[in-house]
Design a binder for this molecule. Structure first.
Ligand code: IMP
Ligand code: MG
Length: 452
C-alpha cells in the first residue's frame, strides 16, 4: 500500500504525529517536497522529537527518503542528523541525488525578497492589505529562491556538489548575480568579502557537505519502484499543506512547492497511474504561521486560549501562530481536490473549556455569501465568515479519554466531530486529544488507522 498524508489547512495540523502513527511497519517514509521550512513534532515514549528535513517516520525505524522534489540545506541537514543520532536514533536515509541545494545566498535572498514583497503589497490598495501584513512571512530558510533557481535552470543539485570543477564554474557565475540582486536591487550589502573568496569558500564547504551526504545519495525513483515491486508499505509524508500549495493554495501566501498528493508523483518520480490512498489531517481549528488572509481570525481571550492551550508557536521559526475557527469550506475543498477518503481531526482537547465553539460554513463577500475561498486578494482581505455555533465541552483527563476510547469523549465534542463530518462529507476516523502518539481516539473500526 502507498499512503499519502496530506494536511488540509495551512500547515501544522499534526501531520508529524499522524505520520508516526501510520509508519509503524512501514518500510520507508518519503518526503516529496519542502526542505528546512518544515517542522514536524512527535511526542512519544516520554520524549519530544522535532524533525525538519528528516522524515518523522524514521522514529519507527523506517528508511527516510527525500525525493527530488525536496530542496536540501546540507548545513542544517547534517546538523539535524548529528542531533538525532546524539539523541540515540539510528537513521537510515536515501536522498535523491537530483534534489536541489540551498546556498547561503538563497537565504539572504529569501529574507530581502520577502521584505521587498511586503513593502509592495502593503502599500498597494489593490491587495486590500493596508496594515503592513503584505509579506508572505516565509520561514526565511531559502526554500523559495532555491526553487526559483531550479526553474531558471541555474540551480545546483546534490550530485553537482561532488564535481568540484562544475561547482566552481557555476558558483563563479551565480555569486556575482546574487550579489548584484542583493546589493543593487534590494539594497542589502552583504559584507565586503571578494567574490572569488566567497566562491572558493562555498566550493570548499559545499563540496565537503556533498561528500558527507554522498553515502545517502541515490536515484530515489528507482529505489522506490523496487521497494514497491517487492510489495513494501510506503508512507509519503506531506509537508506544509493544501492551503500553502503553490497551485491550489491561497496565492501568493503559499510555499513554493506542490504540497498535495499530486506532488508525490513529480517529487519522487512515481507514476501517477499508480494507486495511492490519501489520508487527510485537519486541526479542530485553523492556524496560520505566515501572512495573508485568515478569514475570521480570532483575537482576545479565545485566541489566547487556543495559542497557549495548543502551544501554537512555529516549530521552525518560533513565531506565534495566528488562529481561527474551523474553516469548513477550505477543508472541504482540500478533501475534494486531494481525493481524501478518511480524515483525522487533531487537537480536539485544545478547544476544551470554551463555552461554545464555532465553525465557518461560508464567507460573506461584498454582500454575498459564497462557499469558495475568494481568489481576489481584495475579497479575501474583506471577507467575513458565516459562523455556526455549537456547544463547547469541559476540560477532561484526555489521557484517560484516549485510553477508554470513543465512548469516553464528551457528548458535545462528539457532536462537533459529527457536524464537521457532515459539513465536509468525509469520514472522520480518529480524533487527536493530546500531543503524545497515544493520545489518539479511533472513531472507526475499519479505518486506515485501525488496520495498522
Ligand atoms: P516558505 O515555505 O518558507 O517559502 O514560506 C511560505 C509560507 O509557508 C509562509 O506563510 C510560511 O509560514 C508557510 N510555511 C512554510 N512551511 C511551513 C510549515 O511547515 N508549517 C506551516 N507553515 C509553513
Ligand atoms: Mg509544523
Amino acid at each position: 500500500m502507498d499512503l499519502v498524508i496530506v494536511g488540509c489547512q495551512a500547515g501544522d495540523e499534526g501531520k508529524g504525529k499522524i505520520t508516526d502513527l501510520v509508519s509503524e511497519g512501514a518500510y520507508a517514509v518519503v518526503r516529496y517536497q519542502a526542505g528546512p521550512n518544515t517542522g514536524h513534532t512527535v511526542v512519544a515514549d516520554g520524549g519530544e522529537h522535532r524533525f525538519v528535513q528528516v522524515p518523522a517516520g524514521v522514529l519507527r525505524g523506517a528508511v527516510g527518503v527525500l525525493g527530488g522534489g525536496c530542496v536540501v540545506d546540507p548545513r542544517s541537514l547534517l546538523t539535524e542528523l548529528a542531533d538525532l543520532r546524539d539523541g540515540g536514533l539510528d537513521i537510515d536515509l536515501r536522498i535523491s541525488e537530483s534534489a536541489h541545494v540551498i546556498f547561503p545566498y538563497h537565504i539572504a535572498q529569501d529574507i530581502a525578497q520577502d521584505d521587498w514583497r511586503g513593502a509592495e503589497l502593503a502599500t498597494s490598495a489593490a491587495t486590500g492589505f493596508a496594515d503592513g501584513t503584505g509579506r508572505i512571512g516565509t520561514t526565511r530558510r531559502g526554500v523559495g529562491p532555491c526553487r526559483e533557481d531550479k526553474v531558471a535552470r541555474i540551480g545546483l543539485r546534490l550530485v553537482d556538489l561532488l564535481d568540484a570543477d562544475l561547482l566552481a564554474a557555476r558558483l563563479s557565475r551565480i555569486v556575482p548575480l546574487k550579489r548584484a540582486l542583493l546589493e543593487r536591487v534590494f539594497g542589502r550589502p552583504d559584507g565586503a568579502e571578494p567574490v572569488t573568496a566567497e566562491v572558493d569558500r562555498l566550493v570548499e564547504e559545499y563540496g565537503a557537505a556533498g561528500r558527507a551526504l554522498e553515502p545517502y545519495l541515490c536515484d530515489t525513483s528507482t529505489w522506490l519502484r523496487r521497494a514497491r515491486a517487492e510489495g513494501k508499505y510506503l508512507v509519503y509524508e506531506g509537508s506544509q499543506s493544501f492551503g500553502l500549495d503553490l497551485e491550489q493554495g491561497t496565492y501568493p501566501y503559499v510555499t513554493s512547492g506542490f504540497t498535495g498528493a499530486a506532488g508525490v508523483t513529480v517529487g519522487t518520480g512515481t507514476s501517477p497511474a499508480q494507486r495511492f490512498t490519501v489520508l487527510g489531517v485537519a486541526k479542530a481549528y485553523m492556524v496560520q504561521v505566515g501572512g495573508g488572509p485568515l478569514v475570521g481570525e480570532l483575537t482576545g481571550a479565545t485566541a489566547e486560549h487556543l495559542v497557549s492551550r495548543g502551544r501554537e508557536w512555529g516549530t521552525v521559526t518560533g513565531r506565534r501562530r495566528r488562529v481561527g475557527w474551523f474553516d469548513a469550506p477550505m477543508v472541504r475543498r482540500a478533501i475534494a481536490v486531494e481525493g481524501i477518503t478518511e480524515l483525522v481531526l487533531t487537537n480536539l482537547d485544545v478547544l476544551a473549556g470554551l463555552d461554545e465553539v464555532q465553525v465557518i460554513t461560508g464567507y460573506r463577500v461584498g454582500g454575498r455569501t459564497v462557499d469558495a475561498y475568494p481568489v481576489r486578494l481584495r475579497d479575501a482581505a474583506a471577507a467575513t465568515p458565516v459562523l455556526e455555533r455549537l456547544p463547547g465541552w469541559p476540560e477532561q483527563d484526555w489521557t484517560e479519554v484516549a485510553h477508554r476510547g470513543a465512548a469516553a469523549l464528551p457528548a458535545a465534542a462528539r457532536r462537533y466531530i459529527d457536524r464537521l463530518a457532515a459539513l465536509l462529507d468525509v469520514e472522520i476516523i480518529a480524533a487527536g486529544v493530546g500531543p503524545d502518539r497515544r493520545d489518539t481516539v479511533p472513531l472507526s473500526e475499519t479505518s486506515l488507522l485501525s488496520e495498522k
